[in-house]
Design a protein around this ligand. Structure first.
Ligand code: FES
Length: 163
């Protein structure tokens, strides 16, 4: 076993530069944090969550894929500002839904269908196994559109750690 482990270590050490080159595209693809323009602010109803796809180019060291859906976020308009939350549940990564209200407009917070984690309209965890609140994202208004600083975070941990 020690011989096999040693041989593996030698192989990895010998492949160092080429291995790093081979992994470069993966590292470039995983890097998150980018401003992505989404819907028009005027198309968001005050206080009513709306799920939007985050669509942008996906780049790595050698290729660019145009118009790829990178994920989705929940947007909630608050006057001229917009709250944004990752749609990924911080527990184990299922997709959270907006909770319907009697007027069928939403605004009742968010819930995860997998293990019943629940979050209030501000994204704060209210029950269930999620180790933290929904992951809030920064937003800004650009030419009447909502831009989101799209990022991904580690699931299953208390701290909001970017991946
Ligand atoms: S993945 Fe959402 S509660 Fe488990």
């Amino acid at each position: 076993m020690a011989t096999v482990t040693g041989a593996c270590a030698l192989a990895i050490a010998a492949a160092g530069p080429s291995l790093a080159l081979a992994l470069a595209p993966l590292q470039a693809t995983r890097r998150s944090g980018r401003w992505v323009r989404t819907v028009k602010l005027a198309d968001l109803e005050e206080g009513v969550p709306r799920r939007v796809a985050v669509i942008d180019d996906r780049k790595d060291a050698w290729t660019i894929e145009r118009g790829v859906e990178l994920g989705s976020v929940w947007l909630v308009r608050r006057g001229d500002a917009v709250l944004a939350f990752s749609a990924v549940c911080p527990h184990l990564g299922c997709s959270v839904n907006a909770v319907a209200t009697p007027d069928a407009k939403g605004g009742g917070g968010f819930a995860c269908p997998c293990h019943t984690s629940a979050f209030d309209p501000a994204g704060k965890r209210t029950s269930g196994p999620s180790p933290r609140d929904l992951d809030a994202l920064e937003t800004k208004i650009e030419d009447g559109h909502v831009a989101v600083d799209f990022r991904r975070f580690r699931i299953g941990v208390e701290e909001k750690v970017e991946t």
